[in-house]
Design a protein around this ligand. Structure first.
Ligand code: ADP
Length: 459
Protein backbone atom coordinates (compact mmCIF):
# COMPACT_ATOMS: atom_id res chain seq x y z
CA UNK A 1 0.00 0.00 0.00
CA UNK A 2 1.45 3.34 -1.02
CA UNK A 3 1.28 5.85 1.83
CA UNK A 4 0.90 9.53 1.05
CA UNK A 5 3.88 11.71 1.86
CA UNK A 6 1.92 13.22 4.75
CA UNK A 7 1.10 9.83 6.28
CA UNK A 8 4.64 8.63 5.76
CA UNK A 9 6.05 11.57 7.71
CA UNK A 10 3.47 10.97 10.45
CA UNK A 11 4.26 7.26 10.60
CA UNK A 12 8.03 7.79 10.85
CA UNK A 13 7.52 10.42 13.49
CA UNK A 14 5.25 8.13 15.50
CA UNK A 15 7.63 5.16 15.25
CA UNK A 16 10.49 7.23 16.61
CA UNK A 17 8.47 8.84 19.38
CA UNK A 18 6.91 5.47 20.30
CA UNK A 19 10.38 4.09 20.95
CA UNK A 20 11.29 7.16 23.00
CA UNK A 21 8.04 7.05 25.02
CA UNK A 22 8.50 3.31 25.69
CA UNK A 23 12.02 4.01 26.92
CA UNK A 24 10.78 6.83 29.15
CA UNK A 25 8.04 4.57 30.58
CA UNK A 26 10.56 1.82 31.35
CA UNK A 27 12.82 4.30 33.13
CA UNK A 28 9.90 5.70 35.18
CA UNK A 29 8.73 2.21 36.14
CA UNK A 30 12.27 1.10 37.06
CA UNK A 31 12.92 4.16 39.20
CA UNK A 32 9.59 3.84 41.06
CA UNK A 33 10.14 0.11 41.69
CA UNK A 34 13.62 0.75 42.97
CA UNK A 35 12.32 3.48 45.27
CA UNK A 36 9.47 1.31 46.60
CA UNK A 37 11.87 -1.51 47.46
CA UNK A 38 14.35 0.90 49.03
CA UNK A 39 11.53 2.20 51.29
CA UNK A 40 10.53 -1.36 52.25
CA UNK A 41 14.11 -2.28 53.11
CA UNK A 42 14.64 0.88 55.14
CA UNK A 43 11.46 0.12 57.11
CA UNK A 44 12.68 -3.41 57.75
CA UNK A 45 16.03 -2.17 59.02
CA UNK A 46 14.34 0.33 61.35
CA UNK A 47 12.08 -2.41 62.73
CA UNK A 48 15.05 -4.72 63.23
CA UNK A 49 17.00 -2.04 65.09
CA UNK A 50 13.99 -1.37 67.37
CA UNK A 51 13.34 -5.01 68.18
CA UNK A 52 16.99 -5.71 68.91
CA UNK A 53 16.72 -3.30 71.85
CA UNK A 54 13.63 -5.08 73.16
CA UNK A 55 15.11 -8.50 73.82
CA UNK A 56 15.78 -10.23 77.12
CA UNK A 57 17.70 -13.33 77.98
CA UNK A 58 15.78 -16.26 79.47
CA UNK A 59 18.29 -18.95 80.41
CA UNK A 60 19.99 -19.96 77.19
CA UNK A 61 17.48 -18.42 74.85
CA UNK A 62 16.28 -14.96 73.85
CA UNK A 63 12.73 -13.63 74.16
CA UNK A 64 10.75 -10.51 73.11
CA UNK A 65 10.09 -8.13 76.01
CA UNK A 66 6.73 -6.65 74.90
CA UNK A 67 4.91 -9.71 73.84
CA UNK A 68 2.01 -9.02 76.25
CA UNK A 69 1.31 -5.61 74.69
CA UNK A 70 1.47 -7.12 71.22
CA UNK A 71 -1.07 -9.79 72.07
CA UNK A 72 -3.46 -7.17 73.45
CA UNK A 73 -3.13 -5.07 70.30
CA UNK A 74 -3.71 -8.18 68.29
CA UNK A 75 -7.14 -8.59 69.88
CA UNK A 76 -8.15 -4.96 69.67
CA UNK A 77 -7.33 -3.99 66.12
CA UNK A 78 -6.75 -5.50 62.76
CA UNK A 79 -3.28 -4.57 61.65
CA UNK A 80 -3.38 -3.47 58.03
CA UNK A 81 0.38 -3.32 57.66
CA UNK A 82 1.58 -6.02 60.01
CA UNK A 83 5.24 -6.52 60.92
CA UNK A 84 6.20 -10.12 61.57
CA UNK A 85 9.10 -10.67 63.98
CA UNK A 86 10.79 -13.93 64.91
CA UNK A 87 13.81 -15.08 66.91
CA UNK A 88 15.88 -18.13 65.93
CA UNK A 89 18.86 -19.60 67.73
CA UNK A 90 22.30 -19.88 66.16
CA UNK A 91 21.40 -23.18 64.53
CA UNK A 92 18.09 -21.93 63.21
CA UNK A 93 15.78 -23.39 65.85
CA UNK A 94 12.74 -21.21 66.68
CA UNK A 95 13.07 -19.30 69.99
CA UNK A 96 10.22 -16.76 69.91
CA UNK A 97 7.88 -15.03 67.46
CA UNK A 98 5.40 -12.18 67.34
CA UNK A 99 1.78 -13.14 68.06
CA UNK A 100 0.62 -12.14 64.56
CA UNK A 101 2.62 -15.07 63.15
CA UNK A 102 0.30 -17.45 65.07
CA UNK A 103 1.46 -20.98 64.21
CA UNK A 104 3.50 -19.93 61.18
CA UNK A 105 7.22 -19.38 60.96
CA UNK A 106 9.39 -17.11 58.87
CA UNK A 107 11.73 -19.16 56.71
CA UNK A 108 15.25 -19.28 58.17
CA UNK A 109 18.33 -19.25 55.94
CA UNK A 110 21.64 -20.37 57.35
CA UNK A 111 23.99 -17.44 56.63
CA UNK A 112 26.45 -15.41 58.64
CA UNK A 113 25.55 -11.87 57.84
CA UNK A 114 22.46 -9.85 57.17
CA UNK A 115 20.15 -10.97 54.45
CA UNK A 116 17.26 -9.29 52.59
CA UNK A 117 15.06 -11.60 50.57
CA UNK A 118 11.60 -11.90 48.98
CA UNK A 119 9.66 -14.78 50.55
CA UNK A 120 6.09 -15.96 51.11
CA UNK A 121 3.94 -16.38 54.21
CA UNK A 122 0.57 -18.07 54.10
CA UNK A 123 0.61 -17.67 50.36
CA UNK A 124 1.21 -13.89 50.58
CA UNK A 125 4.37 -12.25 49.33
CA UNK A 126 6.62 -10.76 52.00
CA UNK A 127 9.98 -9.05 52.19
CA UNK A 128 12.17 -10.42 54.92
CA UNK A 129 15.29 -9.26 56.79
CA UNK A 130 17.41 -11.69 58.74
CA UNK A 131 20.04 -10.19 61.11
CA UNK A 132 22.50 -12.02 63.41
CA UNK A 133 22.38 -11.18 67.15
CA UNK A 134 25.76 -11.10 68.87
CA UNK A 135 26.60 -10.63 72.53
CA UNK A 136 30.18 -10.00 73.47
CA UNK A 137 31.37 -11.23 70.11
CA UNK A 138 29.36 -14.45 70.36
CA UNK A 139 26.54 -15.37 68.00
CA UNK A 140 23.39 -15.76 70.12
CA UNK A 141 20.82 -16.19 67.41
CA UNK A 142 18.99 -14.39 64.58
CA UNK A 143 16.29 -11.74 64.43
CA UNK A 144 13.90 -12.11 61.48
CA UNK A 145 11.66 -9.19 60.51
CA UNK A 146 9.17 -9.32 57.61
CA UNK A 147 6.48 -7.13 56.08
CA UNK A 148 3.94 -7.99 53.39
CA UNK A 149 4.91 -6.58 50.00
CA UNK A 150 1.35 -6.58 48.71
CA UNK A 151 0.77 -2.79 49.12
CA UNK A 152 4.04 -2.04 47.33
CA UNK A 153 3.20 -4.51 44.58
CA UNK A 154 -0.22 -3.01 44.31
CA UNK A 155 1.32 0.42 43.69
CA UNK A 156 3.69 -1.03 41.09
CA UNK A 157 0.90 -3.01 39.40
CA UNK A 158 -1.30 0.08 39.12
CA UNK A 159 1.57 2.12 37.77
CA UNK A 160 2.31 -0.67 35.27
CA UNK A 161 -1.27 -0.82 34.01
CA UNK A 162 -1.56 2.96 33.79
CA UNK A 163 1.60 3.08 31.71
CA UNK A 164 0.56 0.15 29.52
CA UNK A 165 -2.93 1.50 28.90
CA UNK A 166 -1.78 5.03 28.26
CA UNK A 167 0.84 3.89 25.72
CA UNK A 168 -1.56 3.24 22.78
CA UNK A 169 -3.54 6.36 23.70
CA UNK A 170 -0.37 8.46 23.65
CA UNK A 171 0.61 6.86 20.33
CA UNK A 172 -2.78 7.59 18.79
CA UNK A 173 -2.63 11.19 19.98
CA UNK A 174 0.91 11.49 18.60
CA UNK A 175 -0.14 10.03 15.23
CA UNK A 176 -3.08 12.43 15.02
CA UNK A 177 -0.97 15.47 15.83
CA UNK A 178 1.86 14.33 13.59
CA UNK A 179 -0.57 13.97 10.71
CA UNK A 180 -2.01 17.39 11.38
CA UNK A 181 1.45 18.93 11.58
CA UNK A 182 2.65 17.13 8.46
CA UNK A 183 -0.48 18.29 6.63
CA UNK A 184 0.22 21.84 7.69
CA UNK A 185 3.88 21.59 6.69
CA UNK A 186 3.19 20.34 3.18
CA UNK A 187 0.26 22.67 2.56
CA UNK A 188 2.60 25.19 0.82
CA UNK A 189 3.89 22.40 -1.41
CA UNK A 190 0.31 21.53 -2.36
CA UNK A 191 -0.28 25.23 -3.14
CA UNK A 192 2.89 25.36 -5.25
CA UNK A 193 1.74 22.26 -7.16
CA UNK A 194 -1.70 23.78 -7.78
CA UNK A 195 -0.18 27.00 -9.15
CA UNK A 196 2.32 25.08 -11.28
CA UNK A 197 -0.52 23.03 -12.75
CA UNK A 198 -2.35 26.19 -13.72
CA UNK A 199 0.60 27.45 -15.74
CA UNK A 200 0.41 26.62 -19.43
CA UNK A 201 2.38 27.66 -22.48
CA UNK A 202 0.01 30.56 -23.09
CA UNK A 203 -0.04 31.64 -19.49
CA UNK A 204 3.62 31.74 -18.63
CA UNK A 205 3.40 35.06 -16.81
CA UNK A 206 1.86 33.44 -13.72
CA UNK A 207 4.26 33.03 -10.80
CA UNK A 208 4.07 31.11 -7.55
CA UNK A 209 3.25 33.22 -4.50
CA UNK A 210 6.31 33.29 -2.23
CA UNK A 211 5.87 32.04 1.36
CA UNK A 212 6.36 34.86 3.91
CA UNK A 213 9.35 33.29 5.65
CA UNK A 214 12.73 32.84 3.94
CA UNK A 215 12.79 29.05 4.39
CA UNK A 216 13.38 26.03 2.13
CA UNK A 217 9.91 26.39 0.56
CA UNK A 218 10.73 29.99 -0.22
CA UNK A 219 13.89 28.78 -1.96
CA UNK A 220 11.88 26.13 -3.88
CA UNK A 221 9.26 28.65 -4.99
CA UNK A 222 11.98 31.12 -6.01
CA UNK A 223 13.77 28.39 -7.99
CA UNK A 224 10.55 27.42 -9.79
CA UNK A 225 9.81 31.08 -10.52
CA UNK A 226 13.33 31.46 -11.92
CA UNK A 227 12.76 28.43 -14.12
CA UNK A 228 9.43 29.84 -15.29
CA UNK A 229 11.16 33.12 -16.12
CA UNK A 230 13.72 31.32 -18.27
CA UNK A 231 11.04 29.21 -19.97
CA UNK A 232 9.00 32.34 -20.64
CA UNK A 233 12.01 34.06 -22.21
CA UNK A 234 12.74 31.01 -24.35
CA UNK A 235 9.14 30.83 -25.56
CA UNK A 236 9.18 34.57 -26.20
CA UNK A 237 12.39 34.22 -28.24
CA UNK A 238 10.86 31.36 -30.17
CA UNK A 239 7.72 33.37 -30.98
CA UNK A 240 9.88 36.29 -32.05
CA UNK A 241 11.94 33.93 -34.23
CA UNK A 242 8.82 32.58 -35.92
CA UNK A 243 7.61 36.10 -36.64
CA UNK A 244 11.01 37.17 -37.98
CA UNK A 245 11.41 33.99 -40.03
CA UNK A 246 7.98 34.43 -41.64
CA UNK A 247 8.87 38.01 -42.44
CA UNK A 248 12.20 36.95 -43.97
CA UNK A 249 10.43 34.32 -46.07
CA UNK A 250 7.78 36.73 -47.28
CA UNK A 251 10.23 39.36 -48.53
CA UNK A 252 11.73 37.36 -51.44
CA UNK A 253 8.27 36.02 -52.26
CA UNK A 254 6.90 39.57 -52.44
CA UNK A 255 9.78 40.67 -54.69
CA UNK A 256 9.18 37.65 -56.96
CA UNK A 257 5.46 38.33 -57.14
CA UNK A 258 6.02 42.05 -57.84
CA UNK A 259 8.48 41.24 -60.65
CA UNK A 260 6.09 38.76 -62.27
CA UNK A 261 3.14 41.17 -62.00
CA UNK A 262 5.13 43.92 -63.69
CA UNK A 263 6.15 41.47 -66.43
CA UNK A 264 2.61 40.43 -67.35
CA UNK A 265 1.15 43.93 -67.40
CA UNK A 266 2.32 44.49 -71.03
CA UNK A 267 4.57 42.81 -73.62
CA UNK A 268 8.33 43.29 -72.88
CA UNK A 269 11.53 43.08 -74.86
CA UNK A 270 13.54 39.85 -74.54
CA UNK A 271 16.23 41.74 -72.64
CA UNK A 272 13.65 42.91 -70.09
CA UNK A 273 12.39 39.34 -69.66
CA UNK A 274 15.90 38.04 -69.08
CA UNK A 275 16.73 40.66 -66.49
CA UNK A 276 13.44 40.12 -64.64
CA UNK A 277 13.87 36.37 -64.68
CA UNK A 278 17.43 36.74 -63.39
CA UNK A 279 16.10 38.89 -60.56
CA UNK A 280 13.52 36.19 -59.83
CA UNK A 281 16.18 33.48 -59.78
CA UNK A 282 18.28 35.51 -57.34
CA UNK A 283 15.28 35.84 -55.02
CA UNK A 284 14.58 32.11 -55.30
CA UNK A 285 18.25 31.43 -54.43
CA UNK A 286 17.94 33.69 -51.42
CA UNK A 287 14.77 31.89 -50.38
CA UNK A 288 16.40 28.46 -50.84
CA UNK A 289 19.42 29.53 -48.79
CA UNK A 290 17.17 30.85 -46.04
CA UNK A 291 15.07 27.67 -45.97
CA UNK A 292 18.25 25.55 -45.90
CA UNK A 293 19.55 27.49 -42.95
CA UNK A 294 16.21 27.32 -41.14
CA UNK A 295 16.16 23.56 -41.63
CA UNK A 296 19.70 23.33 -40.30
CA UNK A 297 18.68 25.28 -37.19
CA UNK A 298 15.66 23.04 -36.68
CA UNK A 299 17.89 19.99 -36.96
CA UNK A 300 20.24 21.35 -34.27
CA UNK A 301 17.23 22.16 -32.14
CA UNK A 302 16.05 18.56 -32.09
CA UNK A 303 19.62 17.19 -31.85
CA UNK A 304 18.49 14.68 -34.45
CA UNK A 305 21.86 14.74 -36.11
CA UNK A 306 24.13 12.36 -34.23
CA UNK A 307 27.67 13.68 -33.86
CA UNK A 308 30.27 11.98 -35.99
CA UNK A 309 33.48 12.65 -34.04
CA UNK A 310 36.78 11.92 -35.71
CA UNK A 311 40.32 13.27 -35.87
CA UNK A 312 40.57 16.03 -38.42
CA UNK A 313 42.94 18.77 -39.47
CA UNK A 314 41.52 22.24 -38.93
CA UNK A 315 44.16 23.60 -41.29
CA UNK A 316 42.91 21.53 -44.22
CA UNK A 317 39.30 22.43 -43.34
CA UNK A 318 40.30 26.11 -43.54
CA UNK A 319 41.91 25.52 -46.94
CA UNK A 320 38.84 23.63 -48.20
CA UNK A 321 36.58 26.53 -47.25
CA UNK A 322 38.92 29.11 -48.81
CA UNK A 323 39.02 27.08 -51.98
CA UNK A 324 35.24 27.08 -52.14
CA UNK A 325 35.18 30.88 -51.75
CA UNK A 326 38.06 31.55 -54.15
CA UNK A 327 35.82 33.32 -56.66
CA UNK A 328 34.63 35.87 -54.06
CA UNK A 329 38.17 36.30 -52.73
CA UNK A 330 39.49 36.97 -56.21
CA UNK A 331 36.64 39.29 -57.09
CA UNK A 332 37.35 41.43 -54.01
CA UNK A 333 41.13 40.98 -54.25
CA UNK A 334 41.21 39.83 -50.62
CA UNK A 335 44.42 38.24 -49.38
CA UNK A 336 44.23 35.45 -46.81
CA UNK A 337 47.19 34.80 -44.51
CA UNK A 338 47.08 31.45 -42.75
CA UNK A 339 49.47 31.33 -39.78
CA UNK A 340 49.81 27.72 -38.72
CA UNK A 341 52.04 27.53 -35.67
CA UNK A 342 50.63 24.42 -34.10
CA UNK A 343 49.61 20.82 -34.54
CA UNK A 344 46.17 21.38 -35.92
CA UNK A 345 44.34 18.12 -35.50
CA UNK A 346 41.33 17.99 -33.24
CA UNK A 347 38.65 15.40 -32.56
CA UNK A 348 35.35 16.82 -33.80
CA UNK A 349 32.55 16.40 -36.29
CA UNK A 350 34.08 17.38 -39.70
CA UNK A 351 30.74 18.46 -41.13
CA UNK A 352 30.08 20.85 -38.23
CA UNK A 353 33.65 22.22 -38.20
CA UNK A 354 33.32 22.90 -41.92
CA UNK A 355 29.98 24.61 -41.30
CA UNK A 356 31.48 26.84 -38.59
CA UNK A 357 34.56 27.81 -40.61
CA UNK A 358 32.48 28.37 -43.75
CA UNK A 359 30.13 30.78 -41.99
CA UNK A 360 32.92 32.71 -40.23
CA UNK A 361 35.15 32.96 -43.32
CA UNK A 362 32.31 33.89 -45.68
CA UNK A 363 31.26 36.62 -43.22
CA UNK A 364 34.86 37.85 -43.10
CA UNK A 365 34.89 38.04 -46.90
CA UNK A 366 31.41 39.53 -47.05
CA UNK A 367 31.99 42.32 -44.52
CA UNK A 368 35.55 43.24 -45.70
CA UNK A 369 36.41 45.95 -48.25
CA UNK A 370 38.16 45.09 -51.49
CA UNK A 371 41.94 44.73 -51.24
CA UNK A 372 41.97 43.98 -47.50
CA UNK A 373 43.57 41.03 -45.71
CA UNK A 374 42.04 38.21 -43.67
CA UNK A 375 44.30 36.42 -41.18
CA UNK A 376 43.63 32.92 -39.90
CA UNK A 377 45.80 31.96 -36.93
CA UNK A 378 46.03 28.45 -35.53
CA UNK A 379 47.86 28.17 -32.20
CA UNK A 380 47.92 26.05 -29.07
CA UNK A 381 46.72 27.66 -25.84
CA UNK A 382 47.13 25.50 -22.73
CA UNK A 383 46.87 22.32 -24.77
CA UNK A 384 43.79 23.54 -26.66
CA UNK A 385 43.68 24.58 -30.27
CA UNK A 386 42.81 28.22 -30.78
CA UNK A 387 41.63 29.33 -34.20
CA UNK A 388 41.27 33.07 -34.80
CA UNK A 389 39.79 34.62 -37.96
CA UNK A 390 40.64 38.30 -38.21
CA UNK A 391 39.37 40.66 -40.91
CA UNK A 392 39.81 44.37 -41.68
CA UNK A 393 36.12 44.82 -42.39
CA UNK A 394 33.36 47.12 -41.22
CA UNK A 395 33.39 45.90 -37.58
CA UNK A 396 30.48 45.38 -35.21
CA UNK A 397 29.14 47.92 -32.71
CA UNK A 398 29.80 46.89 -29.09
CA UNK A 399 26.07 46.75 -28.27
CA UNK A 400 25.52 44.38 -31.21
CA UNK A 401 28.34 42.01 -30.35
CA UNK A 402 26.16 40.01 -27.98
CA UNK A 403 23.13 40.00 -30.27
CA UNK A 404 24.70 38.85 -33.55
CA UNK A 405 24.37 35.23 -32.35
CA UNK A 406 20.57 35.58 -32.05
CA UNK A 407 18.70 33.99 -34.96
CA UNK A 408 17.83 36.45 -37.75
CA UNK A 409 19.62 39.31 -36.03
CA UNK A 410 21.63 41.47 -38.44
CA UNK A 411 23.84 44.06 -36.87
CA UNK A 412 23.36 47.60 -38.06
CA UNK A 413 21.65 46.15 -41.12
CA UNK A 414 20.76 49.52 -42.63
CA UNK A 415 24.44 50.47 -42.73
CA UNK A 416 25.25 47.52 -44.99
CA UNK A 417 22.05 47.12 -46.97
CA UNK A 418 24.07 46.17 -50.04
CA UNK A 419 25.56 43.12 -48.24
CA UNK A 420 22.97 40.36 -48.31
CA UNK A 421 22.41 37.91 -45.50
CA UNK A 422 19.84 36.10 -43.43
CA UNK A 423 21.11 36.76 -39.91
CA UNK A 424 21.12 33.01 -39.32
CA UNK A 425 24.79 32.18 -40.01
CA UNK A 426 26.22 33.14 -36.62
CA UNK A 427 23.40 31.51 -34.66
CA UNK A 428 24.10 28.29 -36.55
CA UNK A 429 27.80 28.74 -35.69
CA UNK A 430 26.94 29.29 -32.01
CA UNK A 431 24.76 26.18 -31.90
CA UNK A 432 27.34 24.01 -33.65
CA UNK A 433 30.05 25.28 -31.25
CA UNK A 434 27.85 24.44 -28.27
CA UNK A 435 27.36 20.91 -29.61
CA UNK A 436 31.11 20.40 -30.09
CA UNK A 437 32.14 22.10 -26.83
CA UNK A 438 33.99 24.88 -28.70
CA UNK A 439 34.25 28.26 -26.95
CA UNK A 440 33.26 31.03 -29.35
CA UNK A 441 34.25 34.66 -28.82
CA UNK A 442 34.11 37.87 -30.82
CA UNK A 443 36.22 41.01 -30.64
CA UNK A 444 35.52 43.94 -32.90
CA UNK A 445 36.20 47.62 -33.44
CA UNK A 446 33.83 49.54 -35.67
CA UNK A 447 35.44 50.47 -38.98
CA UNK A 448 38.62 48.55 -38.17
CA UNK A 449 37.81 44.88 -38.22
CA UNK A 450 36.54 41.84 -36.40
CA UNK A 451 38.14 38.73 -34.87
CA UNK A 452 36.17 35.55 -34.20
CA UNK A 453 37.98 33.07 -31.97
CA UNK A 454 37.26 29.33 -31.65
CA UNK A 455 38.79 27.53 -28.66
CA UNK A 456 38.53 23.79 -29.27
CA UNK A 457 38.13 21.48 -26.29
CA UNK A 458 41.22 19.61 -25.08
CA UNK A 459 41.56 16.27 -26.85
P1 ADP B 1 24.29 37.42 -41.99
O1 ADP B 1 23.62 36.48 -42.88
O2 ADP B 1 23.58 38.73 -41.87
O3 ADP B 1 25.73 37.58 -42.28
P2 ADP B 1 25.18 36.29 -39.53
O4 ADP B 1 24.41 35.61 -38.45
O5 ADP B 1 26.27 35.54 -40.17
O6 ADP B 1 24.12 36.79 -40.54
O7 ADP B 1 25.75 37.60 -38.91
C1 ADP B 1 24.97 38.43 -38.09
C2 ADP B 1 25.41 39.87 -38.21
O8 ADP B 1 26.69 40.00 -37.60
C3 ADP B 1 25.62 40.33 -39.61
O9 ADP B 1 24.41 40.86 -40.11
C4 ADP B 1 26.67 41.39 -39.48
O10 ADP B 1 26.06 42.62 -39.17
C5 ADP B 1 27.46 40.96 -38.30
N1 ADP B 1 28.72 40.31 -38.69
C6 ADP B 1 28.98 39.01 -38.74
N2 ADP B 1 30.26 38.76 -39.10
C7 ADP B 1 30.82 39.99 -39.31
C8 ADP B 1 32.14 40.42 -39.68
N3 ADP B 1 33.13 39.56 -39.95
N4 ADP B 1 32.36 41.75 -39.74
C9 ADP B 1 31.37 42.62 -39.46
N5 ADP B 1 30.12 42.27 -39.10
C10 ADP B 1 29.85 40.96 -39.02
Amino acid sequence: MALTFKNRIALHYVLVTAALVALAYLVVFGVVRQQVYADLDRGLRLQAARHLTELYVAGDSLRFAHKGEWEEQEHQQVDVAPVFVQLNDAKGGLMDRSPNLKADQLLFHLTDGRQLVDAALRGRAIRQLQAPIRQRGQLRGYLLVAVPTEPARHVLDSLGSVLLLSFPVVLLALYGSAQWLAGRSIAPVVRITATTNRITRDNLTARIGLPPRPDELHTLATAINGLLGRVEQAVEREKQFTTDASHELRTPLAVLKGTLEVLVRKPRTPAEYVSSIQLGIREIDRLTHLVDQLLLMARFESHAKGLNRQELSVLSSVHDVLYRHRADLEAKRIRVDVEDGAVTTVVADPHLVDLILDNLLSNAVKYSPAGSTITVTLALAAGRLRCAIRDQGIGIRPEDQVRIFDPLYRSDALQHKHIGGTGLGLSIVAKACALLGIELAVESALGQGTTFTLLFPAA
